[in-house]
Design a protein around this ligand. Structure first.
Ligand SMILES: C[S@@+](CC[C@H](N)C(=O)[O-])C[C@H]1O[C@@H](n2cnc3c(N)ncnc32)[C@H](O)[C@@H]1O
Length: 236
């Protein structure tokens, strides 16, 4: 006998299909919440739940840039999960003299904010970190390392050549604005800008990343955008 499907059943199935994307996102999110992050088996790194979930929305085998690399932990995750045709890593690994240091430091403690409190105290340490990252990615012919600031690096990248750019360099307002403006023209159509620490606060307590991203969204009107557990993602 032919099974007669109830309208309700059909509707439920349709809704399920339509919402599959967000349900998938939610299940990754729940899992990440539950485990406190995803343990990346290749890198032995804990990926923050929000980052891991958003990686599912980035095209695989594309060309992408990570702005702000530090010791390359997330670069390694990008490499493993997205298998990019080309991954460009941009960081000056430069200690700066003025207050807007490249490794932002708390005014009270003098310690780096938002990055591991490891022993980056002088330019020699930053140079060592750069050497470490070069050695770490030397087996990967699809990884290119650019030791320069984000804006300088963007100047030498061809317009409309990238599928995505991950923005995690300086978190100060002007720098985030400049980074977003510099990398947007480098994206192909449907390209994605995404980044970390949307709710980061500068030493004065301002939500500097949020302000820059919000303004950028209202100026440039991406097709879609989402903020998810401190990560932002804008598709153009
Ligand atoms: C939060 S760390 C990056 C962490 C890395 N994305 C990760 O998740 O493992 C910030 C990095 O941004 C770099 N940085 C600071 N100013 C920059 C700029 N103007 N352009 C590119 N990178 C910058 C710093 O040198 C530092 O390594």
């Amino acid at each position: 006998m032919k099974h007669l499907e109830t309208p309700t059943g059909r509707l439920q199935r349709k809704l399920f299909r339509r919402n599959r994307g967000s349900m998938l996102l939610r299940s990754r999110f729940v899992l990440a919440n539950f485990t406190g992050g995803i343990l990346d088996s290749d890198n032995k790194q804990q990926l923050k739940g929000g980052r891991y979930a958003l990686l599912g929305y980035i095209p695989k085998a594309g060309r992408g840039v990570e702005v702000g690399v530090w010791r390359g932990d997330f670069s390694s995750a990008l490499l493993t999960h997205l298998k990019p045709a080309l991954l460009t890593l941009v960081d000056p690994w430069q200690i700066s003299e003025d207050d807007k240091v490249v490794f932002p430091r708390s005014k009270e403690s003098g310690q780096a904010i938002g990055v591991e409190q490891s022993a980056i105290e002088n330019q020699g340490d930053a140079d060592e970190l750069y050497q470490y990252v070069c050695a770490r990615f030397s087996p990967h012919s699809n990884v290119k390392i650019m030791r320069s600031t984000s804006v300088e690096a963007a100047g030498s990248v061809t317009d409309q050549s990238l599928d995505w750019a991950y923005i995690d360099g300086s978190h100060y307002y002007e720098d985030v604005r400049a980074d977003l403006e510099s990398w947007l023209p480098k994206l192909k159509s449907n390209g994605i800008l995404f980044g970390d620490d949307y709710y980061w606060r500068d030493p004065e307590g301002n939500y500097s990343v949020k302000k820059a991203v919000d303004e950028f969204i209202s100026t440039h009107r991406p097709q879609t955008w989402v903020v998810f557990r401190g990560q932002f993602l804008l598709r153009f």
